[in-house]
Design a protein around this ligand. Structure first.
Ligand code: SDX
Length: 381
């Protein structure tokens, strides 16, 4: 078997959750095109679809929404733990720690019990937004505010984060962003989730593994870096010069490129439309003009290599307009991607074999240990 760095193109599992056509730029969750779900569904309905494979009935959706709403609160111990974290710490580290800590409270590890699996799904989907919002208020020196039972999922998160009930358009756009980020086949964090799940550990450890993986700047962390890049460029007419320098210095353009897509990520186009709805209502963002100019300038320079905007390129501009702090962009990605991670967790348990790939050994041949006094004093002797 030839070496395949990053497992590029190597199928390591069978899955019925998500289908990507990188050449056509199409993305489907359980057979439903992302364009239809982003226009018509809700994040909780899409979460149900991803995890259990079918769109919920009216009663199933109502039950799922109510159970998630009932489990939004955090144990005071988790809140107190978040208060012990340094306010300078990155919110993804706070999320990874608190997601793993949930395992301390629900440690039965009965992953062969469908009720345990259902409860773990409910708790993780319900509590992760509360943990993200709680750390935000705590690091500002405030007490976290309790979830509001009368607000739907996305409105409640924005309320817990900003202490204000969001405008209906903001809540709708945010909920649709969560749909777009919910699942994307075997991306690095989902692969991490499946590897962790294959050892039969608890779902909280599975999600904590995935959060740590998503945090990297080549993966979910890119959405934060895109804004910094756009601010560095400053104005639309400087985009071309920035690109030329970056390419000359072999620097990756954040928010561009994808292992699967050879065309523009379909989610980037849908996010642009959502962003334009927000800008029309709440005012333009100069950085959006810079982003569009950068995309335009990149077509000739990067397009021939199949490098186009990905999901992270426009998402940060929307979150910024919604009043979400920059270093919370990736935790928001995690709030959404928990749906995909849990869908893959369940699927892995359904036909499990522990992941254990091989390697091509390139190290030293057999050697004999030598006593300290027989070793040279320094390497080049
Ligand atoms: C996400 O996998 C998923 O599905 C992820 C995701 C999801 O929903 O889960 O879609 C979310 O993570 C989106 C990606 C966010 N990351 C970034 O925007 C960071 C910048 N992008 C790159 O680091 C890169 O494009 C990756 C990591 C996304 C993909 O990398 P690959 O497939 O391993 O490609 P590569 O690094 O091997 O590059 C192949 C060539 C190289 O040129 P050559 O050496 O062959 O000449 O393309 C070039 C790279 O230099 N290239 C880029 C580039 N990405 C690839 N050149 C400039 N800018 C870029 N962004």
């Amino acid at each position: 078997m030839p070496l395949r760095p990053g497992l590029e193109g190597v199928p390591v599992t069978q899955s019925s959750i998500c289908d990507i056509d990188g050449n056509q730029g199409s993305l489907k969750y359980r057979g439903y095109p992302i364009t239809e779900l982003a226009s018509n569904s809700s994040f909780l309905e899409t979460t149900f679809l991803l995890i259990w494979g079918e769109l919920p009935s009216k009663q199933e959706l109502s039950d799922f929404e109510r159970e998630v709403q009932m489990h939004r609160r955090l144990s005071f111990r988790v809140r107190d733990m978040l208060k012990c974290f340094p306010e300078s710490g990155h919110p993804m580290d706070a999320l990874q720690s608190s997601a793993a800590a949930l395992g301390l409270f629900y440690s039965r590890r009965a992953i062969d019990d469908p009720k345990y699996i259902y409860n773990a799904v409910i708790r993780l989907v319900a509590k992760i937004p509360t943990m993200v919002a709680a750390f935000q208020l705590i690091r500002k020196g405030q007490d976290p505010i309790q979830p509001r039972d009368d607000l739907p999922y996305s409105s409640n998160f924005l309320y817990m984060l900003t202490e204000q009930e969001p405008d209906p358009l903001s809540a709708k756009v945010f909920d649709r962003c969560l749909i777009l980020h919910a699942e994307h086949s075997l991306n690095a964090s989902t692969f991490s989730a499946r590897v962790t799940a294959s050892t039969l550990t608890d779902p909280y450890a599975v999600v904590a593994s995935a959060v740590g993986t998503l945090a990297g700047p080549l993966h979910g962390g890119a959405n934060e870096d895109v804004i910094a890049m756009l601010e560095e460029i400053g104005t639309p007419h400087k985009a071309g010069e920035y690109l030329d320098n970056a390419i000359k210095n072999k620097q990756k353009i954040m928010g561009f490129g994808h292992r699967e897509y050879r065309v523009k990520d379909p989610r980037a186009s849908i996010l642009q439309n959502f962003g334009e709805e927000l800008f029309a209502r709440f005012g333009k963002d100069e950085m959006y003009e810079v982003a569009k100019s950068l995309e335009e300038e990149a077509i000739d320079r990067l397009g021939p290599k199949g490098i186009y905007p990905n999901v992270d390129f426009y998402s940060g501009l929307i979150y910024r307009k919604l009043g979400i702090p920059r270093d919370l962009f990736t935790p928001v990605f995690a709030i959404s991607r928990v749906a995909g991670w849990l869908a893959h967790w369940r699927e892995q348990l359904g036909a499990n074999r522990i992941f254990r790939p091989s390697q091509i050994y390139t190290g030293m041949k057999t050697r004999t240990w030598t006593a300290l006094e027989e070793r040279p004093n320094n390497k080049d002797e």
